[in-house]
Design a protein around this ligand. Structure first.
Ligand SMILES: Cc1cc2nc3c(=O)[nH]c(=O)nc-3n(C[C@H](O)[C@H](O)[C@H](O)COP(=O)(O)O)c2cc1C
Length: 416
C-alpha cells in the first residue's frame, strides 16, 4: 500500500465580523475532511466567538496574543505563520483587510499575515456600505494584486437588516475552496498526479411523460466519494452524474445528465477527448427506458383507470462500451455490480460479459441499506483474485479503492 498523504493543515484567522459565528461550522467540516485546523482569534473576533469553542472544535490551542510569553515559547508568531499549508481569514473584517493591505503588524493576526509566504484566502463579511466604501475597495484591489484569493462576499440579507454585497459566503463554500486548493496541490505531488480518471455516479431517470420517470434508489454517494478520493490523491477527475441531491465535489470537473443515453454520450465524448487512465462506472444506469415518452402527462380520468401498458427498450451499456478495445479505451476500466443474490458469482459473470478489468461487487439486497445509505460492503474482483472488504463508510470504500488504483499504477503492467 502507498503511504497516506501528508496531513493537510489550515491556519484559520477569525476576525471581528458578525459572521464569526460561522467559523465553528467551518472548523467542524474541515476536520471531517481530515484537515488539521489551528485558529488565530483577533480581539474583535473574540467578541463574537469564544476561544474555548474554537479550541474544543479544532482540538488545538487557540492563539490570541502577540505578546504572550507562553504562546511564544510553545509556537512563536513566526513559526505560526509558517505552520500551515494555507492561511484562511474567515471571516475577514474590513478592519483586518485594511491592516493587511497597509502591511500593519499590530496584533497576532496581522503580524502572522505579514510574516508569511503561505498562500492566503480571505472570506470577507461586512455591512454593504463598509464593503462598498472606496477605502475597502482599494484595499481589496491591493490584496488581489498581491495574490490573495477572495471568496465572496455575496449579496444577501445582512445581520444588520440591510441588503447587498458584503455577506460572507457560507462555510460550505469556504470548505469547497479549501479542498479545491489542496486537490490542485495534490496534482503536482499526489500518488495519482498526472493520472486522469472518469467516474460515473448516481441513478438515471428515464422519462415516461413530462412529470414521471423510471428510476432506482441510487444516491450517487459512492461515486461522488470516489471522485473526491481520486482527486485527493492528485488525479484529474471528470465526474458524470445522474440526478442526485449531492454537492458537486470541489476540484473535480462535473457534468450532469438525466438519462442513460445522455450519460453514455457524455462518457464516450469525454473518453475520446481525454484518453483516461481509469474509468470507474459506479452509476446505477437504468437497464431499460420507456419506448415512448408521452408529450403530455398521462391522465388518470376515472377512479379505477389502469395505467396504459408501457413497452420498454434496452438502454446503452456504458460500461461495456467503455471497455471495448479502442485507442481511447481507459487503461483500467472498473465496473460496479449492484447485486441482490449470489453476489460474487453474478459479479464475475458481469466482469466477463462487459469486458472490463475489475468489478466492485456490492450487495444491495433488501435490508443491506447500501443504496441510498452511508455504508457499503464490497468484493473487489480482478481477473486473479476476489478481495472481500469489511463493511465501511462509502468514503472509506472510496479511499481504499483510490489507493488500490494508485498502487496498481505504480507497478509495471502488461496491457490487461
Ligand atoms: C455588533 C458589531 C458587529 C460588527 N460586524 C462587523 C462585520 O460584520 N464586519 C466588519 O468588518 N466589522 C464589523 N464590526 C466592526 C469590527 O468588529 C471592528 O472594526 C473591529 O475593530 C474589527 O476588529 P478585528 O480587526 O479584530 O477584526 C462590528 C462591530 C460590532 C460592534
Amino acid at each position: 500500500m502507498t503511504t497516506p498523504p501528508a496531513l493537510r493543515s489550515v491556519l484559520l484567522i477569525i476576525s471581528g465580523s458578525i459572521a464569526a459565528f460561522k467559523a465553528p461550522e467551518l472548523i467542524r467540516s474541515l476536520r471531517a475532511d481530515g484537515i488539521q485546523v489551528r485558529c488565530v482569534l483577533t480581539q474583535g473576533g473574540s467578541q463574537f466567538v469564544t476561544p474555548l469553542t474554537l479550541q474544543a472544535l479544532s482540538g488545538q490551542p487557540v492563539h490570541t496574543d502577540l505578546f504572550s510569553l507562553t504562546a511564544e515559547q510553545e509556537m512563536g508568531h513566526i513559526a505560526l505563520s509558517r505552520s500551515a499549508d494555507l492561511i484562511v481569514v474567515c471571516p475577514a473584517s474590513a478592519n483586518l483587510l485594511a491592516r493587511m493591505a497597509g502591511g500593519l503588524a499590530d496584533d497576532l493576526a496581522s503580524t502572522v499575515l505579514l510574516a508569511t509566504d503561505t498562500p492566503v484566502m480571505v472570506a470577507p463579511g461586512m455591512n454593504v456600505r463598509m464593503w462598498d466604501h472606496p477605502a475597502t475597495q482599494a484595499n481589496i484591489q491591493t490584496l488581489r494584486q498581491r495574490g490573495v484569493t477572495f471568496l465572496g462576499p455575496v449579496a444577501g440579507e445582512m445581520a444588520c437588516g440591510e441588503y447587498g454585497p458584503g455577506r460572507m459566503v457560507e462555510p460550505a463554500d469556504v470548505r469547497d475552496a479549501i479542498l479545491a486548493f489542496f486537490r490542485q496541490q495534490s496534482r503536482q505531488v499526489g500518488p495519482l498526479a498526472g493520472k486522469t480518471c472518469l467516474v460515473t455516479a448516481g441513478p438515471t431517470h428515464e422519462p415516461l411523460d413530462p412529470v414521471r420517470y423510471l428510476a432506482n434508489r441510487s444516491s450517487g454517494k459512492q461515486g461522488y466519494a470516489l471522485a473526491e478520493a481520486l482527486a485527493d490523491l492528485g488525479a484529474e477527475v471528470t465526474l458524470i452524474s445522474g440526478p442526485t441531491a449531492l454537492r458537486p465535489p470541489p476540484g473535480v470537473t462535473v457534468s450532469f445528465c438525466e438519462t442513460a443515453r445522455e450519460m453514455r454520450d457524455l462518457a464516450l465524448k469525454a473518453a475520446q477527448k481525454t484518453s483516461f487512465d481509469a474509468a470507474i462506472c459506479t452509476a446505477a444506469v437504468a437497464d431499460w427506458r420507456p419506448a415512448h415518452v408521452q408529450d403530455q402527462k398521462i391522465k388518470k380520468t376515472g377512479k379505477d383507470d389502469l395505467p396504459p401498458p408501457q413497452a420498454l427498450l434496452p438502454n446503452p451499456d456504458i460500461l461495456a462500451e467503455l471497455s471495448e478495445p479502442s485507442p481511447s479505451r481507459p487503461r483500467l476500466v472498473i465496473g460496479f455490480a449492484a447485486e441482490t443474490e449470489t453476489v460474487e458469482a453474478h459479479a464475475r459473470a458481469k466482469l466477463a460479459r462487459k469486458g472490463c478489468d475489475w468489478i466492485v461487487a456490492n450487495n444491495v439486497g433488501a435490508g443491506s441499506d447500501v443504496m441510498g445509505g452511508s455504508e457499503n460492503q464490497v468484493i473487489l474482483i480482478t481477473p486473479d483474485k476476489a478481495e472481500h472488504w469489511p463493511r465501511l463508510s462509502k468514503e472509506d470504500v472510496a479511499r481504499r479503492l483510490a489507493r488500490t488504483l494508485a498502487d496498481w499504477f505504480l507497478k509495471p503492467h502488461k496491457s490487461l
